[in-house]
Design a protein around this ligand. Sequence first.
Ligand SMILES: Nc1ncnc2c1ncn2[C@@H]1O[C@H](COP(=O)(O)OP(=O)(O)OP(=O)(O)O)[C@@H](O)[C@H]1O
Length: 324
Amino acid sequence: MTAPPVLDVADLRVSIRGDEGIAKILDHISFRLERGRILGIVGESGCGKSTLIKSVLGILSSGARIERGEIRFEGENLLAMGDKRLNREIRGSRIGFIPQDPYLALNPVFTVGAQLLEIMRWHAPKSVRNHREHLIALLRRVQLPDPEAALDRYPHQFSGGQRQRLVIAGALACAPTLIVADEPTTALDVTTQGQILVLLRELVEEFGLSMLFVTHDLGVVAELCDDLCVIYAGQSVETGPTVQVLREPAHPYTRALLACHPDRSEHFTGIPGLVPSPLKAPPGCRFAPRCTSARPACPERPPHYVAAGQGHAVDCILHEGSGA
Ligand SMILES: Nc1ncnc2c1ncn2[C@@H]1O[C@H](COP(=O)(O)OP(=O)(O)OP(=O)(O)O)[C@@H](O)[C@H]1O
């Protein structure tokens, strides 16, 4: 029997009740992260990346509701799991998290050692006997200078890149099988960003991890991710191996996004129109009002999932019946 995907998100719909009504923030999000691979979730600001991460980690705000779908982690539906088990066994243990801003992840009034050892006290596997030694070895592995001394220092005594290395070591300390990374290189300069991406790739291979890497940057996805899932306005529109999707994008939004990328375009071109508000999104494809190829049915009904190649799928009415 083949092992289930590390993460399998199927037809996820998340809504948030606010003053102006109920907004469907995520609607029809589906993707799979296979073992040992890095899956990039790529989308513009406001497309729902943070909401998706919070859904996977089970930390949605109180006004948010998961209306439909499943989030399966190693075959188990996280949405049917009680909070107690999520806290003890999954979040921070089998699923590690690397946030966008490492400074916010670390408490400024405690030493780094005190914080990371406290996390390990709750979440490290029993096989790790000496927490301090294990942590020092991890800090050395993420290339933090003088790891022993680092444990007695405070977060403000490190550079941004070093803080991100601390947080990465903290995420690894509890021996996760999945790492969820939320734009972990956005706040870093280009050189440090490159070093962290190389480090993450090495760690995934060395520790046998899988990684969900959320970003707005297609360049980062091209560099790091084996597979990608493109999200537009809360809907997944295209998934597949990165090389194939970037070479032969099937969804009009993916094509438009690529055309805007500075590496592919000599002149700055945006996508005409605006992302619809989740309060007023059409029932069908949310990109339809901006799509130059849209048909009358596109905003009316959700598209069916269509295979566009080996492991490559697109959610677009234009491809239905094409057998692409
Ligand atoms: N608590 C909330 N109440 C109402 N609307 C919300 C709430 N949280 C998020 N939204 C809306 O949901 C949409 C998605 O937000 P989200 O933060 O998930 O996007 P994002 O892709 O992570 O954006 P960014 O890259 O800018 O952080 C946005 O339109 C946002 O305004």
